[in-house]
Structure formats: C-alpha cells, structure tokens
Design a binder for this molecule. Structure first.
Ligand code: PLP
Length: 402
C-alpha cells in the first residue's frame, strides 16, 4: 500500500492517542530503517529503547521463526519451556530469585505494586494499621494504566482520568531528605527509575540510590526499581542498579527484553515473591513461548556476546563527548548527560523543530522531558560513524537556529 493511503487509513481507523510523524516505516536492519517510499533513516529512537540489538537481529529473527513453527501459545496452566529458560537466565544474571512475566512495562509495574501491597499485608506483624502507600518520584514515568499513571509523578499524564488510585505520594527525585520526610506508618514501598527516562534523562547522584536502599532497610520498606527503560544493557550494564552498588527487592523490565517482541517481567527476591500465591496475579499471554524465545535470543546476545555492553559504554561515552563539543559553541544547549546509550541533550528551547528537521534529514531522534530534551536511544550496536553523522547534522541544524 502507498504511504499516503496508509496514513489516511491510520487517521481514519486508529484512535488518536499518538501525534505521529507523516512517515510509514516498513523495513529495518541494524541501526537503519526504511520508509515505504524507500527513504533511509538512522534510528536513534530504537523503538523507544526497545531495539537493543538493532532491527531484525538475525538471532532474534531465527529464534522467532523456529518457535513459531513449534508452538505459538499455550496457557500458563501448563509449564512452558522457553518461559522457564528465560526466567533462569534472568535470575542467574540479577539479584532476583523469581520472575513473573507479562506483556509491557505498565503491566510489570502493576504486578510490582500489587506484590508490594500483598507483601506488606502479610508482614504487618503486630502493627494495627495497614501498609499500602507507595512513594514515587516527581517527574517519573511508570506507564499508562490507571495505577501506573497514578504512580507517575507528572500531572499531565493524570489529568482527565481522576479519581486516581489512593495510596501514592510523590517526592522530588534525588532528594533523600524529602523521601524520608514523606514516610508514614502506611508506607510499604518506594518505586523509582534508576535514571528518569521520559522525564528527560535525569540521573541521580551516585549516593542517592544507596541512601534510598538504606532508608528502605531501616523502615522495612520494599525498594522497587523500574528498569523498563534502563534494563537490558541500555546503560552499559545489564541492569542500571549495578552502577549504584545496591540491589532492589523488586525490579520491572520490558522494552529491550524481547529485542522487539512485546514482553514485560517483574523480578523479586524469594522473600518478597512468596507473597504471591496461586490466583493472586495472572496474565493470559505473559511469558508466551513466542516472545520468550525472542527474549532468550536477545539476552544471550547481550550477555554471552560480551562485547555489546563494552561497546555500549564506549559508544555512549563517545556520543556524550561529541554532543558536549557542540555545547561549546551552541548556546541553545544547556546540558548533555546520560549513561551508556541513554543520552539526553537539554536545550534552552523547544526541541520539536530539531526532531522534525532531523527526520527530514533521515535521522530519527526523540524529544522528551518538558519538550526541551533531545533523547538518543540507538541500538547498542551503533557505530562511531553513525554517531558522527547524527552529531554533524545536529550541528548544522542548531546553527540554523530553527
Ligand atoms: N516505565 C518506564 C521507566 C518507561 O519508560 C515506560 C515506557 O516508556 C513504562 C514504564 C511503560 O512501559 P509500556 O509502555 O511498555 O507499558
């Protein structure tokens, strides 16, 4: 079908929940995607931090093909081999002992918050009050379901959907005093992103997460880390918590986990996971054989190929360095920051005209935060020449002061 017709039909048949760019993407390989008109793009959006291995990585494609021929779906009423294998890989390479599979980041966070409440109920001991309150950060992002927009500390995602879920409190990110002051006898957990992604690539100080961990231990609270965006190598380690010398009690994953296949996961220690009993939580598609096969192939490539995490660190440093050079002579750039290949460039102005101009020049980037942070999340396999090209085009566009 012709691109114009697809766009017309898209407007006609799809709910208008996205303001889409007038481009139909039809094919992808590695860091590149091609439009229906044949135009080539360098993809520094990467499906919003999904395509860790690039588009259509052969290992993922072959794993999907093989699994599709064997078994697409069976119920979680039975044991599913790829699901068990994937859980074993995740447990072997993380703090966690147990995994629950679902289909998205929001669902993983829903599962995490349910588990935290259930655990708190079971561990209330002699207390005569309920513990259910979850403290999250202002400027955070945790998903679009009712509970996860409530957990998200940004009014713009909540407006129009009130009444929100009871039992949430918000504190400024990276402020341990504010967190301590917000605790009440009802608090059961703290939910944070190790790096705020949608909020504009905001990194906490090195000590902050350690202090949060200590605070949680002192007050018998669970620490939930939302690694939906930062997980699966994005920040140069398999999971971002590894940078901070701590482990959470619960962690959520999605995005990069399936290398493009839709899968989410909620991981926890045995002590915490034991609060979920048969019937407490479920998902028809969660841990489906097909998506698990894709996730196994993705994780095996990220973990076993070894070079990918090193490469991500090197390319992430290179990207930050090159963008920081632009800052020396473009006054519109306020700050360049990031870890691994989750990088943000904060501007003194709206970033959207730059995103649109990049698209015209064959580069996909994205803009987040208050609309003034250009965000770069290319596949972890991106190369120096790709970064040079993107930085060169940005240099020209910033010069033009669009
Ligand atoms: N948590 C974080 C940190 C995210 O960045 C996102 C998506 O951007 C989500 C949760 C929601 O994930 P999903 O869109 O898969 O529901």
């Amino acid at each position: 079908m012709e691109a114009r017709k697809i766009i017309e039909d898209s407007d006609r048949y799809l709910m208008h929940t996205y303001n889409r760019f007038p481009v139909v993407l039809r094919k992808g390989r590695g860091v590149k995607v091609w439009g229906a008109d044949g135009k080539e793009y360098l993809d520094f959006v990467g499906g919003v931090a999904v395509n860790v291995l690039g588009h259509c990585h052969p290992k993922v494609v072959i794993a999907l093909q093989k699994q599709a021929q064997r078994l697409l779906h069976v119920s979680n009423l039975y044991h599913i081999e790829p699901q068990v294998k994937l859980a074993r890989i995740l447990v072997t390479h993380s703090f966690a002992d147990k995994v629950f599979f679902c289909n998205s980041g929001a669902e993983a966070n829903e599962a995490a918050m349910k588990l935290a409440r259930k655990y708190a109920k079971e561990h209330s001991g002699h207390r005569d009050h309920d513990r259910y309150e979850i403290i999250t950060a202002l400027n955070s992002f945790h998903g679009r379901t009712l509970a996860t927009i409530t957990a998200t500390g940004q009014e713009k995602f909540q407006k129009g959907f009130e009444p929100l879920m009871p039992g949430f409190k918000y504190v400024p990110f990276n402020d341990i005093q504010a967190l301590e002051a917000a605790l009440t006898r009802n608090t059961c957990a703290v939910l944070l992103e190790p790096i705020q992604g949608e909020g504009g690539v905001k990194l906490p100080s090195e000590e902050y997460l350690k202090q949060v961990r200590e605070l949680c231990d002192r007050h018998d609270l669970l620490l939930i880390l939302d690694e939906v965006q930062t997980g699966i190598g994005r920040t140069g380690k398999l999971f971002a918590y590894e940078h901070y010398g701590i482990t959470p009690d619960i962690m959520t994953l999605a995005k990069g986990l399936g290398g493009g296949a839709p899968i989410g996961a909620m991981l926890a220690t045995d002590r915490v996971a034991a609060a979920f009993k048969p019937g407490n939580h479920a998902s028809t598609f969660g841990g489906n054989p097909l998506v698990c096969a894709a996730a196994i192939a993705t994780l095996e490539a990220v973990i076993e190929d070894g070079f990918i995490l090193d490469h991500c660190n090197r390319m992430g440093n290179y990207l930050v360095e090159r963008l920081a050079q632009l800052k020396e002579y473009h006054q519109q750039i306020m700050e360049v920051r990031g870890r691994g290949l989750l990088v943000g460039m904060e501007l003194t102005r709206d970033g959207m005209p730059i995103v649109t101009a990049c698209l015209e020049r064959g580069i996909l980037i994205n803009c987040t935060g208050g609309g003034n942070v250009l965000r770069f999340m290319p596949p972890l396999t991106v190369e120096e020449k790709d970064i040079d090209h993107v930085v060169g085009v940005l240099d020209e566009l910033l010069e033009k002061a669009l």
